[in-house]
Design a protein around this ligand. Structure first.
Ligand code: HEC
Length: 124
């Protein structure tokens, strides 16, 4: 059992390294979005950038598709708390896959969202 968890942790660490290296190998990823997963993920610094670029065209207060509003903290906090935010961007079973018209978000962006939601989706 212990070995199993050691392997699991190892795999998680390795995949983390893989994504870090991908950004070094393909610097244009960094130019396109300065996606950084280090340290605390902030709503105002990190999360709103992703939402702005990939979600607000369909989820603004003026036109909230599926009744999901992502241009206010309260709206984002609601889907974070319900599990819909992570479920939709990670393409988990039982959720609509988001962004609906585009490829899945980059691994780095998914990591940012996961870290922020798991930290309790703070208004930081
Ligand atoms: C092209 C339009 C479009 C874009 C872009 C888009 N959405 Fe959606 N979204 C929809 C529509 C339409 C629905 C309601 C119908 C459905 O669930 O498929 C929806 C539903 C949702 C739901 C509820 C899903 C569920 O299963 O409960 C969430 C959460 C969501 N979107 C989040 C996002 C996030 C986060 C992004 C950006 C990463 C995003 N959406 C980008 C159109 C869009």
């Amino acid at each position: 059992m212990k070995t199993f968890f050691t392997l699991l942790t190892g795999a998680a660490l390795l995949s983390g390294c893989y994504y870090d290296k991908a950004e070094e190998v393909y610097p244009q990823l960094l130019l396109n979005n300065s996606c950084d997963t280090a340290g605390t993920i902030s709503y105002s610094t990190h999360i709103t950038v992703v939402l702005q670029n990939h979600c607000l065209s369909c989820h603004s207060t003026a036109s909230p598709s599926g009744n999901v509003t992502l241009d206010t903290y309260a709206g984002v906090q609601a889907v974070a708390a319900s599990g819909q935010f992570l479920g939709s961007v990670e393409h988990q079973a039982g959720f609509s896959q988001m962004p609906s018209n585009n490829p899945q978000l980059q691994p780095c962006q998914l990591t940012q969202i996961r870290k922020w939601v798991q930290a309790g989706a703070p208004n930081n």
